[in-house]
Design a protein around this ligand. Structure first.
Ligand code: PEP
Ligand code: MN
Length: 337
């Protein structure tokens, strides 16, 4: 449930109620809206005297939250959220551009790509070191060696970095080398992995599962947040449908639904959604129009010979010109890169 305080309630009144609730073993999450304080309450409500709280002179009302996700629920936190990733910020003022190769292949390849995407306007460098490939015979990633290259690229370019983690072991390694963790579509409901990512307190990009509903996705985010980590962004990357002309079907309506249901930032990944290079630009524009807080776009120095996801990867020139054409859309959305 949430407790909405009266607009004249000051911090000391809020503190008193918070300590009363916490004495009963429940957890509280405070958020200050434009006009009033809101206290989110998680735990066994039967331990609370709800009447005493609702009769408190500084309490406006108590609103029950029927959804099973609480911390990721916008009712808990009415203002859209922003958080830092190294030297950049994901949130309502910015259009975060996450770009780079699907997989880190060599140090030279990654550095070349990092320099180029930075010049074109990317703010976070992506690069997979643990690749969840459909076939066990496909390139699986360089693991710690790849993470080290990501760190080198970050040092040289100043870019923040993100890397997918596929196991608790990968989390333990990645937290020393990159600024943000990515949990991929195939692991969206790997609950032990979600808890482990929560433990780190690092910013986490949680991709939507291949066939996950929005409610399942928000509950997955709840796992990370319940482990004590509020810094979660969601990434719509297309879902499985009957359509086969594109790799997945980009569910742009999810962006609008999420904006209503959660305060967490939403990133759209038109590369994995379509699997087709030429569709990346139009869907990136559409994502901006729907209110996305950022884009994930795969870029490779030599897409024809990429070790993974070449057909959807943009070359340097194409990425640069796509970015130039996205700029007016970004401006129109009231954001800046
Ligand atoms: C990726 O980002 O390279 C990736 C594997 O994405 P997804 O989990 O969305 O398939
Ligand atoms: Mn990929």
């Amino acid at each position: 449930m949430i407790i909405v305080m009266k607009d004249k309630a000051d911090e000391s009144a809020v503190k008193k109620i918070v300590s009363q609730i916490e004495k009963n073993g429940l957890k509280t999450h405070l958020s200050q809206g434009e006009e009033v304080f809101i206290i989110g309450v998680v735990g066994d409500k039967s331990k609370l005297d709800a009447n005493a709280i609702s009769n408190h002179p500084m309490v406006e009302k108590i609103v029950p939250i029927t959804e099973s996700y609480k911390l990721s629920n916008r009712k808990f936190h009415p203002e859209p959220m922003s958080f830092s990733v190294s030297n950049t910020e994901i949130g309502p003022k910015n259009m975060t551009i996450i770009s780079g190769p699907c997989a880190v292949e060599t140090e030279e390849q990654l550095l070349t790509i990092a320099r180029s995407v930075k010049k074109s306007g990317a703010t976070i460098l992506r690069g997979g070191a643990y690749k969840p490939r459909t076939s066990p015979y496909s390139f699986q990633g360089l693991e710690v060696e790849g993470l080290k290259y990501m760190q080198t690229a970050a040092k040289e370019t100043g870019l923040a970095t993100i890397c997918e983690v596929t196991s608790a072991h990968a989390v333990e390694s990645a937290e020393h080398y990159v600024s943000m963790l990515q949990i991929g579509a195939r692991n969206m409901q790997n609950f032990e992995l979600l808890k482990e990512a929560g433990r780190t307190g690092m910013p986490v990009l949680l991709k939507r599962g291949l066939a996950a509903t929005i409610d399942e996705w928000l509950n997955a985010a709840e796992y990370i947040m319940a482990a004590g980590n509020p810094n979660v962004a969601l990434c719509e990357r297309g879902i499985r449908t009957f359509e086969t002309t594109t790799r997945n079907t980009l569910d742009l309506s999810a962006v609008c639904v999420l904006k209503e249901k959660t305060h967490l930032p939403v990133i759209v990944d038109p590369s994995h959604a379509t699997g087709v290079r030429k569709y990346v630009e139009p869907l990136a524009k559409a994502a901006i129009a729907c209110g996305a807080d950022g884009l994930m776009i795969e870029v490779h120095n030599d897409p024809e010979h990429a070790l993974s996801d070449g057909p959807q990867s943009l070359g340097f020139e194409q990425f640069d010109s796509v970015m130039k054409r996205l700029l007016p859309y970004i401006k129109l959305s009231g954001r800046s890169i």
